[in-house]
Design a protein around this ligand. Structure first.
Ligand code: ZN
Length: 606
């Protein structure tokens, strides 16, 4: 008979950030039950060794007698044989304020199951029950927010929750505290938004805008939605940004300034709120693309070791392509505002020298050790599978439309992937997306996929966007704060001199965070980490350095003084012109070209 596994979690010492857990196994392995902890959390491709936060762990038999527990490796244990039940008691330290782990103090508790729940080897497919115990102390008004199924617990209540398997148990993060919450309905499905942390957000506005995003996404893949309820768990802080997707919820970390105030103009979202809506749209799109349409190697997940796939460009990149596109399709931002976001994304790509060295398939494959472990040389060596992946998605969409006279688009590719893979549970193989696109088009896309995914030549962005009717301009940045997207007058006769480095504030000077390949600083021998204190004999800091440099003509050779390992060094630098790496996109005036551009943007087909 199938006996559920019983977990109990209590925020026993909130001030010390300690969760107390108990796990009861009715039918342990008679030869000695093995237990394990995940080393990574799906959606965040880095080994995090969650077991390092287990402080104590002890096992007992049904009579309360302690059993010997042997450690097998960093995240595996074996208990001495017992006929059962077997009871495990352990403590987990939780002080990681991110969407990937667990966090506990006197104000709230948050956890991902992968950070707190031991898995029971051989019983991962059994039903799992979870008792969430109210913490002691003054916690009046505290509630529980999670998309886990309830098994006796009241709505928003402490008590028992359930999951059909370990995989399901750890895919529903839990927030506990005195949060604010609001509900809206999208395509008949209840959605909740829960906000922790001090904020003054306009919940009505959030609900109105999120309804449109969620409806646009559900209709994109086709009703019904793949969940019966969905929860946005938001942690509002001073500064922070992050999101992690789950099958029926998402955890988001944002700055409270990103949330809309009641005073925010109703017409169009401001810069920061637009970014937050894009993040919500991104994580929500993942409910289909990566939570259900999955790389074959993720079925099932092996959470003990890195799982390499060349396909993250599709799961993160295509999701990044549609996150902003759905904002314009949902009517939340204008076409011009969308093109500004797209131009900024193209700008970020053009500023990454790593695109000439690493293909997007390789970037996906090596996400564990490169994209997720970026160092000062990353801009020169690594290409982002988010950004390039999104631009590959754009190029694929435009190529399909161009070659089929708008009969076929990426929208249909995604819908077929949903029907044939997401809904059937079949994993996506390395060549399946190309095969789906080719079947829809009725023609080969071999050279497109080979070059876009495995090559390092420039993507055909300019040609494809022009062909779609858009005006595209690639110009030099007008200042270090210029992220692209905006038409600003730049005088080509007076090129701006730059260092070829990214500067960050540092005590006593301007520290070089990145030194770009092909730039003046690199040619002069300056290195990331150097603290520049004077340029041409004048004291500088992070604010004044760039301004001073831009006041010299391109080609000037000047002295730079910098500290490296506390030693003063002098460099002679020949200033170079700011490279053309900043994109601006504009809608065409002419009606036929405008119609062509809008057919793509609004997802219309013939
Ligand atoms: Zn993502």
């Amino acid at each position: 008979m199938t006996q559920p596994l019983f977990y109990r979690i209590a925020a026993s010492e909130p001030a010390a950030h300690i969760f107390e857990l108990e796990l009861q196994i009715a039918n342990p392995d008679p030869s000695g039950q093995e237990l394990w902890m995940p080393n990574w959390i799906p959606g965040s491709y880095m080994i995090r060794d969650f077991s390092r936060n287990i402080i104590t762990l002890a096992a007992y038999d049904g009579n309360g007698q302690a059993l010997v527990v042997a450690k097998l490796d960093k995240a595996r244990w074996r208990c001495a044989p017992t006929t059962g039940p077997l009871i495990i008691r352990y403590q987990v330290y939780a002080w990681d304020l991110s969407v990937r782990a667990a966090h506990l103090d006197q104000t709230h508790a948050y956890f991902n199951g992968s950070s707190v729940f031991l898995a029971v080897t051989g019983q991962e497919q059994q039903p799992h029950r979870l008792d969430i115990v109210p913490p002691g102390g003054d916690t009046a008004g505290w509630e529980v927010a999670t998309s886990l199924g309830r098994h006796g617990a009241g709505e928003w209540g402490f008590g028992t929750y359930e999951a059909g398997s370990y995989d399901e148990l750890i895919d529903h993060p839990v927030e506990i505290g005195a949060f604010s919450r609001a509900r809206f309905v999208a395509c008949g499905v209840p959605h909740d938004i829960v906000i922790t942390g001090r904020h003054r957000a306009d919940l009505d506005r959030l609900c109105r805008d999120l309804t449109r995003i969620c409806e646009a996404a559900i209709r994109f893949f086709g009703e019904p939605a793949p969940f019966g309820r969905y929860v946005f768990l938001v942690m509002a802080v001073g500064t922070g940004y992050g999101g992690l997707e789950h099958r029926a919820s998402t955890s988001l970390l944002c700055a409270r300034e990103d949330l809309p105030l009641a005073s925010e103009p109703a017409a169009s979202p401001g810069e920061r709120y637009k970014g937050f809506l894009g993040l919500c749209s991104h994580e929500y799109f993942h409910s289909w693309n990566v939570k259900r349409i999955k790389p074959r190697v993720f079925i099932p997940y092996d959470l003990r070791a890195e799982t390499h796939t060349p396909l993250l460009w599709a799961f993160e990149g295509i999701t990044s392509y549609y996150d902003d596109l759905l904002l314009v399709r949902a009517g939340l931002i204008s076409s011009a505002a969308y093109l500004e976001l797209l131009a900024q994304q193209i700008t970020r790509h053009l500023r990454s020298g790593g695109r000439f060295l690493q293909s997007v398939a390789d970037s996906s494959f090596d996400a564990w050790t490169k994209y997720y472990k970026q160092d000062e040389n990353a801009p020169n060596a690594v290409v982002s599978y988010y950004i390039k992946g999104a631009l590959v998605a754009l190029c694929l969409d435009l190529t399909l439309r161009q070659r089929s006279q708008d009969r076929v688009s990426l929208d249909q590719v995604m819908q077929v992937l949903w029907r044939d893979f997401g809904q059937t549970g079949r994993g996506v193989g390395d060549d399946d997306i190309q095969a789906v696109a080719e079947a829809l088009l009725g023609d080969s896309l071999e050279s497109f996929f080979r070059q876009a995914l495995h090559g390092t030549d420039e993507l055909p962005l300019v040609e494809l966007l022009r062909e779609r009717g858009l005006d595209i301009l690639i110009r030099p940045a007008e200042s270090a704060a210029d992220n692209g997207g905006k038409a600003v007058p730049v005088d080509p006769a007076r090129p701006r001199a730059v260092l070829g480095a990214r500067i960050q504030p540092s005590e006593g000077g301007a520290q070089l965070a990145h030194v770009y390949k092909g730039g003046a600083a690199r040619a002069a021998g300056l290195s990331a980490g150097d603290v520049v204190i004077a340029i041409d004999g004048l004291k500088v800091n992070a604010v004044t350095a760039e301004k001073l440099v831009s006041s010299y003509p391109v080609g000037s050779t000047i002295a730079v003084h910098a500290f490296r390992r506390d030693e003063l060094m002098q460099f002679l630098i020949t200033l170079a012109a700011a490279p053309a790496d900043t994109c601006v996109l504009t809608l065409p005036q002419e009606a036929k070209a405008l119609n062509r551009a809008e057919r793509w943007m609004f997802g219309r087909s013939n």
